[in-house]
Design a protein around this ligand. Structure first.
Ligand code: HEC
Length: 232
């Protein structure tokens, strides 16, 4: 809330939410809505109370100060399930996912532009405020030390798996079926990974993932290696 008000003051609406209602927002109401719609039982549930308590115990200035990052065994279990490809990426363990220095700069320039004291073209990409060291835990980047195959699961599976609509072209690349995937489809995945950042067909999509050249190369190598009989 403090971070929001630092950038937007106390009287600015948040989209259709009136300024006077912003501080009254309550995530448990949203959870209740989801439960009311019949989805109370979640397969890889984010146990926020336990996670926040463990994070705070590991790093006492949390949640107000999020560097150093916190640790949580409860969170680690759901993260490990997600990166194994069993569930979609889990939310970050700390309350804040921002880099304090980047956030301060974005807040300052946004405030200046909004008040007319700086020209609009000085506004940086204000979505570039995340803590870079947290990219793996945020699900943007592969976990350190992951193999090429593990990276394909972590970086592609969310949008390329057997549970999604299998009738559209996107389904031709399915990380669950790498073992039996045609050489042509794997080559098309390699070509997507090699596209430049300016190409909208680039995979993984830039809006969702940040991969290094070495990580891209490891995934390409995995896609170019013939499957070993008996492997999954
Ligand atoms: C956030 C969702 C998302 C992620 C993550 C993602 N993709 Fe995609 N991918 C799509 C969508 C949507 C399409 C269909 C649109 C298109 O063809 O560009 C697609 C299309 C593709 C295709 C073309 C399939 C065909 O035969 O037409 C390939 C190959 C592919 N992705 C590979 C990858 C690889 C490799 C990764 C991980 C390194 C990845 N994608 C990560 C959403 C995603």
């Amino acid at each position: 809330m403090e971070d929001f008000h630092a950038a937007h003051g106390l009287n600015e609406n948040y989209g259709p939410i009136p300024a006077s209602m912003v501080d009254k927002s309550d995530p448990s109401q949203l959870a209740a809505l989801v439960a009311g719609a019949g989805f109370a039982s979640q397969p890889n549930a984010f146990d926020s109370a336990n996670i926040e308590a463990e994070v705070q115990a590991s790093s006492p200035e949390q949640p107000n100060v999020n560097v150093p990052a916190g640790r949580s065994a409860t969170w680690q279990r759901i993260y490990d399930q997600a990166i194994a490809g069993n569930f979609i990426a889990v939310p970050y363990h700390d309350v804040k996912s921002t880099d304090p220095a980047k956030l301060a700069i974005a807040t300052k320039i946004h405030t200046q532009v909004a008040s007319g004291t700086a020209p609009a073209d000085t506004l940086p990409n204000i979505s570039d405020v995340f803590l870079e060291s947290a990219y793996p835990d945020l699900g943007f980047s592969p976990k350190a030390g992951a193999t090429g195959h593990e990276m394909l699961v972590q970086m592609c599976h969310q949008c390329h798996n057997s549970n999604l609509d299998q009738t559209i072209s996107r389904a031709r690349f399915n990380v669950d079926l790498l073992q039996t995937m045609s050489v042509e489809e794997k080559a098309s995945a390699v070509a997507r990974l090699q596209l430049g950042d300016e190409d909208v067909h680039k995979m993984p999509p830039l809006m969702f993932r940040v991969i290094s050249a070495a990580e891209g190369a490891a995934m390409i190598q995995e896609l170019q290696t013939p499957p070993t009989p008996g492997d999954k």
